[in-house]
Write a protein that binds this ligand. Structure first.
Ligand code: F6R
Length: 259
């Protein structure tokens, strides 16, 4: 059983081990999609990449294969993608999503959205507007999954991001580039820019499920939850309006050490 704690309307669940948190997160996603399917409704999920959600996707794939769970009513929107990037390149978030989820489950084709990091510079503003429009057309995001970068970014909203920001092109910080370099075949060719949902886009989701695991996230988790709300630490924006929507933070004991 997780320990629970409340901070300014955010519900923290602190699990003895990472795997317990991953199973509980998979439960939440499956319960929400299942409950909406029973009411004949679609379920719009905001998805993240990176190391944090891998175990959740593994569990959802397992359940789907066990015929325990269908994604037939699910539409997904990923937070971000590098730019410029060949969508099939190792390191791209398109490829990540195919490898960890899309190729193994039944989310309908055309209902899986990842910002397109292969477009030329001139098409970026339209691509970003279209992404926001597609989210609105889908009825908004029911549940957004989020990890936290070591510098406090959510999506690729790096320190300095505005609370009113929308889907746009951003420059990655040196820390983020260094953290993710190893995902690329040629680390020296890792893109230094990305397309990301904005802070305002993320905060419009009706529910946020934030996850952080391991001792290397303890400092940033503490500062985001206990420090001042500031653009210097985009994850602190999760506390804005947290009383008006459901915001749950799943941590393992190591990541929770400072809260
Ligand atoms: C990924 C994303 C990022 C990651 C963050 C944590 O789509 O938007 O904000 O969630 O960089 O990355 P990991 O999970 O690799 O520690």
């Amino acid at each position: 059983m997780p320990r629970t704690l409340e901070i300014e309307g955010l519900e923290l669940r602190i699990f003895p081990a990472r795997n317990d948190a991953e199973l509980a997160a998979a439960d939440r996603l499956a319960d929400l999609a299942g409950e909406r399917a029973r009411r004949g409704l679609s379920c719009v999920l905001g998805l993240a990449t990176g190391k944090t959600p891998i175990g959740i996707y593994r569990e959802l794939v397992r359940r789907h294969r066990a015929r325990d769970f269908s994604f037939g009513n699910v539409e997904t929107f990923n937070l971000d993608e590098y730019w410029p990037i060949d969508l099939k390149a190792r390191g791209s978030f398109h490829r990540f999503m195919h490898e960890h989820l899309f190729d193994h489950v039944d989310i309908p084709r055309g209902k899986r959205h990842v910002p397109n990091g292969s477009v030329p510079a001139a098409e970026i503003p339209k691509q970003c507007r279209d992404y926001e429009d597609a989210i609105s057309r889908a009825g908004g995001i029911d549940l957004q999954l989020l990890g936290i970068g070591r510098n406090g970014h959510i999506g690729f909203n790096e320190p300095g991001s505005d609370a009113a920001s929308r889907t746009r092109l951003v420059e990655l910080t040196e820390e983020t580039v260094n953290d993710n370099r190893a995902d690329f075949d040629d680390p020296s060719k890792m893109p230094t820019h990305a397309l990301t949902m904005g802070i305002a886009t993320i905060l419009e989701a009706r529910e946020l499920l934030v996850l952080a695991f391991g001792a290397q996230k303890a400092g940033i988790v503490r500062d985001s939850l206990r420090g001042p709300i500031s653009p210097r630490l985009p994850a602190s924006f999760l506390r804005i309006g947290a009383k008006d929507r459901k915001v749950t933070v799943f941590l393992d004991e190591a990541a929770a050490a400072g809260v």
